[in-house]
Design a protein around this ligand. Structure first.
Ligand SMILES: [Fe+2]
Length: 158
C-alpha cells in the first residue's frame, strides 16, 4: 500500500541527492576512523575521543539516510565503488598532523552541508516534509560541531 502523499516522479531527484549524501557520509565516516586510529601528539586523548564521538554520530546518520531512502520506496546505494563515484568527499590520508585532521574534517563538513542543502531544496520542491525536517536538523547540528572544531583550530588570545 502506498502511504506517501508525494508524487512518485517528484521523489526521484530527492532520492538521487540522498544517495549522494549517503555516499559522502560513508567516506567521511571512514576518514574519521582513520583519524581516530592514527592521531598522535599532545592532543591524543582529546581528539581520539572526539573523533570517536563524530564517527559514532556519522554511523547513525548513515543508517538514517539509507532508511529514509527506503521509506521513500527506493533503494540506498551500498557499494563503496559507487560511493567513490558519487561522493565529493574524498578519502583522506590519515598519517597527518592533528591540526590537518581537524581542518580536513571541516572541509568534509563544508561539502556535507552543501549536499544537505541540495537535498532540502529538492525535498521542498517535491513537498517531502519528512526529508526537509530530517536533513534540516542535520544541518543545524553539523554547523554547531563545525563551529567547535573551528574554535579548537584557532590560537588562544594572549
Ligand atoms: Fe577505538
Amino acid at each position: 500500500m502506498s502511504y506517501l502523499n508525494i508524487e512518485v516522479k517528484k521523489i526521484e531527484p530527492v532520492v538521487d541527492e540522498l544517495n549522494i549524501l549517503l555516499a559522502e557520509y560513508n567516506v567521511y565516516y571512514q576518514n574519521l576512523r582513520g583519524f581516530h586510529w592514527n592521531v598522535v601528539g599532545e592532543n591524543f586523548f582529546v581528539l581520539h575521543e572526539k573523533f570517536e564521538e563524530l564517527y559514532t554520530d556519522a554511523r547513525i546518520k548513515v543508517d538514517e539516510i539509507a532508511e529514509r531512502i527506503l521509506t521513500l520506496r527506493h533503494h540506498p546505494e551500498s557499494r563503496f565503488s559507487e560511493y567513490h563515484k558519487l561522493s565529493k568527499v574524498k578519502e583522506a590520508a590519515s598519517l597527518i598532523s592533528d591540526k590537518k585532521m581537524v581542518a580536513q574534517i571541516l572541509a568534509d563538513h563544508q561539502q556535507l552541508l552543501k549536499q544537505m542543502t541540495k537535498v532540502v531544496q529538492k525535498a521542498e520542491e517535491a513537498g517531502d516534509e519528512g526529508t526537509v525536517d530530517m536533513i534540516g536538523g542535520y544541518i543545524g547540528s553539523l554547523e554547531k560541531v563545525s563551529w567547535m572544531l573551528d574554535a579548537w583550530l584557532k590560537e588562544t588570545k594572549k
